[in-house]
Design a protein around this ligand. Structure first.
Ligand code: DSN
Length: 426
């Protein structure tokens, strides 16, 4: 029996993805192999526990596929340990907090409007009720330099048990060595949420915090890493010493994390997603993936320049990674939500976003956020970035002219459909 209603919606979404360009920096298009693994019979299996230590029988192949995912993830990120079971990035962060912290403990993390993530202590989250988050910011939003002196002072004053770096809207790279030096002074667990840049780190085009003294990486697998929607935790430390399983000792962090994920927080792992993670890690080990990651960065740098040439004011003046944050309110006197919906009308998908210390509210913020991971997967190169910037500027200039926007949508579609979705390819 076929569910025609859902089938129709899947076809419509496929066409939407094919007819436009995806510029949300946290989105991507997965390969057919990743899609097939996600749609595989592993979805039928319950596998609470870890390979070799499960609560149900029938684990011959689930154990093998989870071990494959674990070994590949460790190799990609030079980690001692990988937990591939978190359902997504938010539970991965929560699991690390609960592995290491006690209620009321202090955590030092990046301010949300300066680029941090909701799960890094936004007052609306459960973690913010359990732990005491203290925020650091950029020193200078025109360059993006983080205020490491302020971070040091905050660390010395509050003695955080955990220092967190990582972001969802920060277009520059973090000085991991400086943060590690600060963390050492107060013996904090050093955690980097690399969800946005995991693929760029795996490919070696951005630095790996584990090489600079960080203890833990949390991530999603569906952004630059181009895998299924899911989470991942990597760490340095001693693996598998069950005698010490509950000791809150930094060297014991892998075991604490495993216990925090299961049984601490989750039940049955999603084995079809773990199979797809294994496939994505395999793809990320191929030489083509390094070329892909380099092209993401080159495309983003070119797009940033093309936007600047068209009077878009960029936070931090540009980008060193895959994402761009623009203050469209001060550039064009339009809030981010208006620009987002205007560009939706022409088939360019990006998102409204707060800018540092935004005077406007989150649903009507001053900024937009965009990036190049998905369009790079699609096959776009530097020469195509000017076209995107020009469409964006023309749409903004004509945001109240619906017939003009309709003609631009057709132009975007003519262009986009020349680039196949990876799932269209064999
Ligand atoms: N929603 C993701 C992002 O877009 O950055 C993070 O959770």
């Amino acid at each position: 029996m076929i569910d025609e209603e859902v089938k129709k919606l899947i076809n419509q979404e496929t066409n939407r993805q094919r007819d436009g360009l995806e510029l949300i920096p946290s989105e991507n298009y997965v390969s057919r192999s990743v899609l097939e693994a996600m749609g595989s019979v592993f979805t039928n299996k319950y596998s609470e526990g870890y390979p070799g230590k499960r609560y149900y029988g029938g684990q011959e192949f689930t154990d093998q596929v989870e071990n494959l995912a674990i070994e590949r993830a460790k190799k990609l990120f030079r980690a001692d340990h990988a937990n591939v079971q978190p359902h997504s990035g938010a539970p991965a962060n929560e699991a690390v907090y609960s592995a290491w912290l006690e209620p009321g403990d202090n955590v030092l993390a990046m301010d949300l409007s300066h680029g941090g993530h909701l799960t890094h202590g936004s007052p609306v989250t459960r973690s913010a009720h359990l732990y005491n988050f203290i925020r650091y910011k950029m020193k200078d939003v025109t360059t993006g330099e983080i205020d490491y002196e302020e971070m040091m002072q905050l660390a010395l004053t509050h003695k955080p048990k955990l220092i967190l770096v990582g972001f969802s809207s920060y277009p520059r790279e973090i000085d991991y060595l400086k943060v590690a030096q600060i963390g050492k002074q107060v013996n904090a667990l050093l955690v980097a949420d690399i969800a946005h840049i995991a693929g760029l780190i795996a490919a070696g085009v951005l630095k790996n915090p584990l090489d600079f003294g960080f203890h833990v990486l949390t991530s999603t697998t569906h952004k630059t890493l181009r895998g299924p929607r899911g989470g991942l935790i990597l760490s340095k430390g001693e693996v598998g010493n069950s005698l010490k399983a509950s000791q809150k000792d930094i060297v014991n962090i892998p075991n604490l994390i495993d216990r925090a994920v299961f049984p601490g927080m989750q039940g049955g792992p999603h084995m079809h997603i773990i199979a797809a993670k294994a496939v994505a890690f395999f793809e990320a080990m191929q030489p083509e993936f390094v070329e892909y990651a380099k092209q993401i960065i080159n495309n983003a740098a070119t797009l940033a320049q093309e936007l600047t040439d068209r009077k878009f004011k960029l936070i931090t003046g540009g980008t060193s990674n895959h994402l761009i944050l623009s203050d469209v309110y001060s550039s064009f006197n339009l809030s981010g939500d208006i620009v987002e919906s205007t560009l939706d009308k022409i088939g360019l998908t990006l998102n409204k976003n707060v800018i540092p210390d935004d005077a406007l509210p989150p649903f009507r913020p001053s900024g937009i956020r965009l990036g190049t991971p998905a369009v790079t997967t699609r096959g776009l190169k530097e020469k195509d970035m000017g076209l995107i910037a020009e469409w964006m500027k023309s749409a903004i200039d004509n945001h109240d002219n619906d017939s003009y926007l309709t003609s631009l949508k057709e132009e975007v579609k003519q262009f986009s459909t020349k680039f196949k979705l990876p799932s269209d390819l064999g």
